[in-house]
Design a protein. Sequence first.
Length: 218
Amino acid sequence: MQISDHILYKNKQLIAFNKPAGIPVQPDLTKDISLTDLAGFYAKVPVFACHRIDRPASGIVLFAKNKKAVADLNEQFKNQSVSKTYLAVVQAAPPEKQGTLIHHLRTQRSNKSLVFTKPEKDTKEARLTYRLIAASDRYHLLEIELLTGRQHQIRAQLAAIGCHIKGDVKYGARRGNKDRSIHLHSWKMSFDHPITKERVHLETPWPKGVIWNAMTNK
């Protein structure tokens, strides 16, 4: 993988990548090379992940090049002033063409989130909005605005309404993708630059592949 081919945005404070599916954002128990490792090699300075996306997903990942910048971005994520838009290919049509999902999630030791319809012990509220933007005979494409940032939130909430993401066997998909990816892509992100305070808008190309290409042509 040539890391420079995946750069979306860079300056003295920040660097953003279009992460391919299958690469972990941060080092994990597999000891596979992570995007954080690759970003640090490229930037030639320590980098700090401002957020994470799941290993089998693809799309925007933003890093800060110093502690001041990461503190500012962490505060923006905490205050929910960062706009995050995802694309998800699901097997079943949602009950409505657009809507808001509100659940309560509990993370298990097995690295999976349980979904509840009301607050329970050790749960956190999870909110997102979705809109159906394309469909084929077998799959449906959702545009998702992530309003909170919980572990596996999109995967768990969509599964809870019967809309399993293609390839996501962990959350109930019938079968996995050959490359162990899932059809979930971090598509757009907007945030305030930590120094200039100007609004920055990032957008990635859609992933390549037969199903993604079919959805693009709708």
